[in-house]
Design a protein around this ligand. Structure first.
Ligand code: PGA
Length: 247
């Protein structure tokens, strides 16, 4: 299925549109299984979901979530861990039950087993219905870097130099950026019933056009989404600047 691309004027509109889609999905199925993402991009969407929960009674009490990835070696209390991020940016501010929120354990002593159990837990829950995604400037989804096989499953991944550089802004120095993570695989992500990818800013324009319109290649991991049965990109004008437009 071709990817449906929605272009918004700016980041605020992108965030609202994404939150509306997620809120509608929760209202349609209050016990929905959501796949969630971290990074700078979804913060506005989460802010909007928090507002909807507080002001409009959007109910998270029966929602279950699985996050895409976690840094290997960071404890959940580390401000840069993705568990911490999710608590701060969403979970602590909505009426979701902590036990229904799943983030891979960055401190695991047995990463392989942790990843296998994560896959099992997703299956046991009934599979992810709506997976939120960001995209790296190099086209990665979750922490699946260029070259990752399209059928990869949840496992340990090593970061590319680009990703280490991109993540350095969140740490005191580049030396503190973890070199590895646990991440859902591309095969895992592709099993979600719906996928929703957000991209903002000119820095993502190349990755957006290559993923949505370019050849499907492991050089651009997100390009596999062209084969996903229900994939929507929401991108702002800057991130859409290299897309061909119908005039
Ligand atoms: P960002 O990260 O939202 O912080 O740009 C997205 C990603 O790398 O997947």
């Amino acid at each position: 299925m071709p990817i449906k691309v929605l272009i918004t004027n700016d980041y605020d509109e992108l965030s609202k549109k994404a939150a509306d889609i997620i809120a509608d999905a929760i209202r349609a199925k209050p016990n929905i299984i959501l796949g969630l993402a971290t990074g700078g991009t979804p913060v506005g969407c989460y802010r909007e979901l928090i507002r909807m929960c507080k002001e409009k009674g959007l109910d998270f009490s029966r929602v279950t979530t699985f996050n895409l990835d976690e840094y290997l070696g960071l404890p959940p209390t580390h401000p840069q861990s993705y568990r911490y991020f999710m608590n701060e940016n969403l979970f602590n501010h909505v009426n979701i039950k902590a036990k229904n929120t799943h983030v891979l354990d960055g401190l695991t002593k047995d990463p392989q087993r942790t990843c296998q159990e994560y896959e099992k837990a997703i299956k046991a829950a009934g599979g992810i219905e709506l997976q939120l995604l960001g995209i790296g400037a190099n086209g990665h989804i979750a922490f699946n870097e260029p070259g990752s096989p399209f059928d990869s499953r949840t496992g340990v991944v090593k970061f590319s130099k680009q990703t280490i550089k991109d993540n350095a802004r969140f740490f005191e120095s580049i030396d503190e950026v973890p070199r590895q993570a646990l991440s859902m695989g591309i095969g895992t992500i592709m099993e979600a019933k719906k996928t929703l990818l957000l991209a903002t800013g000119a820095r993502k324009a190349d990755a957006v056009v290559k993923s949505a319109k370019g050849p499907i290649t492991t050089d651009v991991p997100a390009s596999i989404l062209q084969k996903h049965p229900h994939c929507t990109f929401i991108v702002d004008e800057a991130a859409a600047s290299k897309l061909p437009r119908v005039r």
